[in-house]
Design a protein around this ligand. Structure first.
Ligand SMILES: Cc1cc2nc3c(=O)[nH]c(=O)nc-3n(C[C@H](O)[C@H](O)[C@H](O)COP(=O)(O)OP(=O)(O)OC[C@H]3O[C@@H](n4cnc5c(N)ncnc54)[C@H](O)[C@@H]3O)c2cc1C
Length: 407
């Protein structure tokens, strides 16, 4: 029987990875998620997964679920290709070539770049955790004492454990209480995301767009168009029937994600209008943003599925000092949210989860004390996590006019 009970706030990619590794080691765990179901709201489409993410998933998932992840993951050519507004190729950058942050690998293995469908990956990570996951549970605050920690939820209920992990994303309630001085800043960049069905993509996009990790064009305002394919090696539903029927993955057709973004000044209307607009209106806005571009690129957002479009406001964390901790810790976007310029936020969140999982398992086995284990985890996590925040901000300033962290 487990000595420890870990409470995780947030069933995103990071929280679920942590729950997977703890369950495999028979550590007591309970996850509380504010959404009323895993499929409550659109969470984005394509995700770029790099070596941090692959290594973390290999560490946390049971063997058959890891095989399912591999079976549903596209292996693109490892390039980000820069094109001009006529779609003429300017440069092919080896993916990861932007990234000057030193990394510590959790496991061996060569460089890998993978494109996955976010909902498919989350579904794989949820597999086997249904009995430990409570949806519709929004954590408000916590109280600590000598024996443990109590999490308090919006419906008045509470949960008691030995450790509380804030995996509750960029607006983390756990971070607000633990580190009230930690700042999240608006970078001034907005973007509209949509999905282009594969048949239209094959017809309207250059061939390399369907093969590379990512393709991007921008104009002299730094308004940009980004394109990233998800071409499944096997359909997720068929792959799960074959490899892990308990996962019950949903079907999903191949697609190319289409992103139109830039500084807020170039978006007509206020943020409130962007937040309220439905898919077709956002698609129309994306088309308008590129109306002065030559038709080959300017017409691309029109190929998307109108209902698939949504908008985001890009925010970033500002690196800060975490000090010492006991019982309450953080992972992923809850502490080091970053702009998606390097496509690394989810990878770093999953790396945190694997690292923290090992630290908690060592405490469970009596190999190290709780305060020491959590403080060592946080020191390492903050060092690489804030490193990637700075790198993403630096690249984001050049590519899309993101405000600097100093601002
Ligand atoms: C458009 C876009 C594209 C991106 N592309 C990439 C990419 O290609 N590669 C990459 O690595 N990263 C990418 N990222 C970043 C990546 O999505 C995040 O870094 C990643 O999701 C962080 O995972 P997380 O588990 O820390 O947080 P989240 O995924 O945000 O999960 C947090 C969870 O906590 C829940 N929650 C929130 N508050 C509470 C509460 N009070 N109580 C209980 N539950 C709560 C939320 O509902 C959510 O389910 C992208 C981000 C965006 C916006």
């Amino acid at each position: 029987m487990s000595k420890l009970k870990v409470i995780i706030a947030g069933a995103g990619l990071g929280g679920l990875c942590l729950a997977q590794i703890l369950r495999r080691a028979d550590v007591g765990v309970e996850i509380f998620e504010s959404d009323s179901s895993p499929w409550d709201r659109p969470q984005g489409y394509r995700l770029h997964i790099d070596r941090d993410g692959v290594n973390a998933l290999r560490e946390v998932l049971p063997a058959n679920l890891y095989r399912l992840f591999e079976a549903t993951a596209m292996r693109p050519l490892p390039y980000t290709t820069i094109v001009d507004t006529t779609l003429k190729e300017l440069r092919r950058i080896s993916s990861g070539g932007h990234d000057r942050t030193p990394r510590h690998w959790l496991a061996d293995g060569g460089p890998q770049h993978i494109n996955v469908n976010r909902a498919t990956l989350r579904h794989i990570l949820l597999t086997g955790l249904q009995d430990f996951c409570r949806f519709g549970a929004r954590m408000l605050r916590y109280e600590t004492d000598a024996e443990g920690v109590t999490a308090v939820f919006a419906d008045g209920s509470t949960a008691r454990g030995d450790i509380l992990v804030g995996a509750d994303g960029i607006r983390s309630a756990v971070r607000r209480q633990r580190l009230p001085e930690a700042r999240i800043m608006d970078t001034g960049v907005r973007a509209i995301y949509g999905r282009i069905p594969i048949e239209k993509a094959r017809h309207h996009l250059p061939e390399h767009v369907l093969a590379d990790v990512f393709t991007v064009a921008s104009d002299d305002r730094r308004v940009f168009l980004g394109l990233g394919p998800v071409i499944f090696p096997a359909r997720p539903d068929a792959a799960s029937d074959r490899i892990a029927p308990e996962a019950g993955l949903f079907g999903q057709d191949d697609y190319v994600v289409c992103i139109v973004g830039g500084r807020r000044e170039y978006f007509p209307g206020e943020d409130a209008m962007l937040r309220q607009a439905g898919g077709p209106a956002l698609q129309a806005l994306a088309i308008r943003m590129l109306e002065e571009w030559p038709a080959a690129a300017g017409a691309i957002p029109a190929q998307g599925d109108p209902s698939s479009f949504f908008s985001i406001e890009m925010h970033t964390s500002v690196p800060c000092d975490l000090g010492e901790t006991f019982r309450v810790t953080l992972l992923g976007d809850a502490i080091h949210a970053m702009t998606p310029t390097l496509g690394r936020g989810a990878n770093v969140a999953m790396r945190d989860a694997a690292l923290l999982g090992h630290a908690i398992i060592a405490v469970e086995r009596g190999e190290v004390g709780l305060a020491l284990a959590l403080t060592a985890y946080e020191r390492e996590m903050a060092s690489y996590g804030f490193g990637v925040v700075r790198e993403s901000a630096f690249i984001g300033q050049g590519l899309m006019g993101q405000d600097s962290l100093a601002a």
